[in-house]
Design a protein around this ligand. Structure first.
Ligand SMILES: [Zn+2]
Length: 286
């Protein structure tokens, strides 16, 4: 118990009230600094394979590229228990308010899994391109029942569009997908603002300076960027990460489970300070 500076019995009534109030304020601040206030400002990232991440501020969360299934041994995918938890919106996926998808490739997105999550989580909204909506309409039989939980936004290449919901702000960026044979794939970058932090996820965007420079990303002062690990392997990719994104923290993603340890080590050696996601459900706190 905190000792009051003057014996309480020798003070006037008003003084006593002031001292008691002051002591309560001090106690309150102390509790806030170690307890609830800090917890409220904490952001938790939970990795769900390949480029999938659950971004949570403790009460609300964004799930990006998380609803995917087994596709190829090169891509880490959620095992049955994790997939079921996502599709049925069980903790920690029950707080999802916004579902985002970078592009329609199956290592990032399964239309039926997205449909099931929306059906089981009425508070969630899918913000996605017309290409992603079409896949859901084709492959999820109950798509009519989740129609009101979708918001179609299809930015042109180099265009940005803002979406806001429940204190979460998402800026969708039209970015080219890597490789000529995928010219037709709508690939999105997402700047996600939640819990006082700014995160950047850009799917499989082409490793080309102009694909990033058009958005003047360093001015955004990004806290955390999720970067496909191949960006770190070449000089051009490393320059883009450093000069065109300029995030405070970089986390390498899209690492194959077959070569995870070697690739993560390599990335950390090439760019010291880089983090890497390689294990299902591993977390980071910011
Ligand atoms: Zn991919």
């Amino acid at each position: 118990m905190r000792k009051l500076p003057v014996p309480a019995s020798r003070m006037s009534g008003m003084k006593r009230i002031i001292v008691v109030v002051f002591a309560l304020v001090l106690l309150g601040c102390g509790a806030g600094a170690q307890g609830p206030a800090k917890a409220a400002g904490k952001l938790t990232l939970t990795y769900v394979g390949n480029e999938g991440v659950l971004i949570s501020d403790g009460t609300r969360s964004v799930l990006i590229d998380g609803l995917h299934r087994e596709y190829d041994k090169d891509y880490l995918f959620p095992p049955p228990d994790v997939l079921t938890a996502m599709e049925t919106a069980k903790p920690p996926f029950n707080t999802v308010r916004v579902v985002l998808v970078s592009h329609v490739h199956l290592d990032h997105f399964h239309p039926e899994s997205v449909g099931l999550h929306l059906k089981n989580n009425p508070r969630a909204t899918l913000v996605a391109t017309s290409q992603q909506m079409a896949e859901i309409a084709r492959n999820y039989k109950d798509h009519e029942s989740i129609r009101n939980q979708t918001r179609e936004i299809t930015p042109e290449i180099n265009e940005r569009v803002v979406y806001e919901k429940d204190g979460i702000k998402v800026t969708l960026l039209g970015m080219r997908h890597g490789s000529e044979r995928f010219w037709w794939v709508k690939n999105l970058g997402h700047i996600i603002e939640i819990g006082g932090k700014k995160l950047f996820h850009f799917g499989d965007a082409d490793v080309a300076t102009d694909n990033f420079s058009t958005f003047n990303l360093p001015a955004e002062k990004i806290d955390i960027a999720f970067v496909p690990y191949w960006f770190f392997l070449g000089e051009n990719g490393r320059k883009i990460v450093r000069d065109q994104i300029g995030a405070r923290t970089n986390i390498a993603v899209h690492i194959s489970p077959e070569t995870a340890d070697k690739d993560a080590e390599n990335v950390k050696r090439l760019v010291p300070g880089t983090d890497a996601f390689t294990k299902m459900l591993e977390t980071r706190e910011f």
